[in-house]
Structures are given as C-alpha cells and as structure tokens.
Write a protein that binds this ligand. Structure first.
Ligand code: T46
Length: 137
C-alpha cells in the first residue's frame, strides 16, 4: 500500500560547515537495511517498471531530481517529485513503481530490506495486475 506516511522527511543536522543527515534502520528508515545501491549517470530513459513481492525499499534523491510514479494495481496511482536529500520515499511490497524525468545530475540512493534476487521482481504490468487481484480474493 502507498500512503502519505510513505513520504519520509529526515532531520538535517546543519552547522557552519554544512549539512549532515543520518539514516538508521528501524528508526528513521522503516526497514532493516540489507542492501544499498545507487543509480547515477542517467539519461532521459525512464527506469523501474516493476513491483517487488518481498523487498521493501527507501529511495532518496541525494542530488538533482526525478519523478516517482506508484500504482497499487487497485486504482491508487500517485506521482511524487523528489528533489531533496532530506526526503525519502518508502516503497512497500506490491507497488508498481516507475522513475521518470531525471535531471542531468540526478543521484538516487536506494536502501533495500533484502539482498538482490531477480525472482522477487514482477516486471510485467499485466502479471502484476493478475497477482494483485489473486491476492485480494
Ligand atoms: C528498484 C528501482 C528503484 C543487480 O544485480 N543487483 C541489484 O542490487 C540491483 C538493484 C540490480 N541488479 C541488476 C539487475 C539488472 O540487470 O542491475 C541491472 C539493472 O537493474 P534494473 O533494471 O532493475 O534497474 P532499475 O533502475 O529499473 O530498478 C532499480 C532496482 O532494480 C529496483 O529494485 O526498485 O531501482
């Protein structure tokens, strides 16, 4: 499920030298972090277009900006513009997500609850809709 609580705001520790944000599992990050990856050097090509069965993630755009699109397969669709390192988005399981409109300098950091496993991905939208429907009966 996506709800507005999924849009996370982090406390920035600011002093004369600059800014610092600390991310801690199960404190300001609602998952036990098992994996971290980052995406950069992006062109205009959108990414994502999948959902996860067991992996939960937090996405943080530490530089530049992008648009995140969510779809729960039951009618809820939402767009979030991410453009600050002090914001994150929690992506729960069973949420179709897409990333669009990357700025030139965009750097996206992702914290994930599980190690990489391709079998956790649903990369076909039709299959996603069918599996969501099956789960809700
Ligand atoms: C997600 C969004 C936000 C690995 O080998 N290990 C990894 O940990 C990851 C994340 C990917 N890969 C491989 C799988 C593909 O062969 O790297 C290649 C590119 O991955 P993908 O096409 O899935 O990249 P995105 O940007 O579409 O999606 C990624 C994550 O894969 C995905 O979990 O939620 O970022």
């Amino acid at each position: 499920m996506y709800s507005d609580e999924a849009h996370l705001r982090f406390n920035t520790l600011k002093d004369s030298r600059g800014n610092l944000i600390a991310l801690e599992a199960m404190k300001n990050i609602p998952i036990n972090i098992q994996r971290v990856y980052y995406i950069w050097g992006l062109n205009k090509e959108p990414r994502g277009f999948h959902a996860h069965r067991i992996t939960k993630q937090v996405l943080i755009c530490i530089q530049g900006s992008l648009e995140l699109l969510f779809d729960d397969g039951k009618g809820m669709k939402k767009n979030i513009h991410l453009s600050s390192p002090s914001e994150g988005v929690f992506i729960d399981t069973w949420l179709w997500h897409e990333m669009h409109n990357f700025s030139d300098n965009c750097i996206l950091v992702v914290l994930a609850s599980h190690q990489y496993d391709e079998s956790d991905y649903i990369r076909s939208y039709d299959k996603f809709l069918k599996e969501v429907q099956k789960r809700s009966v």
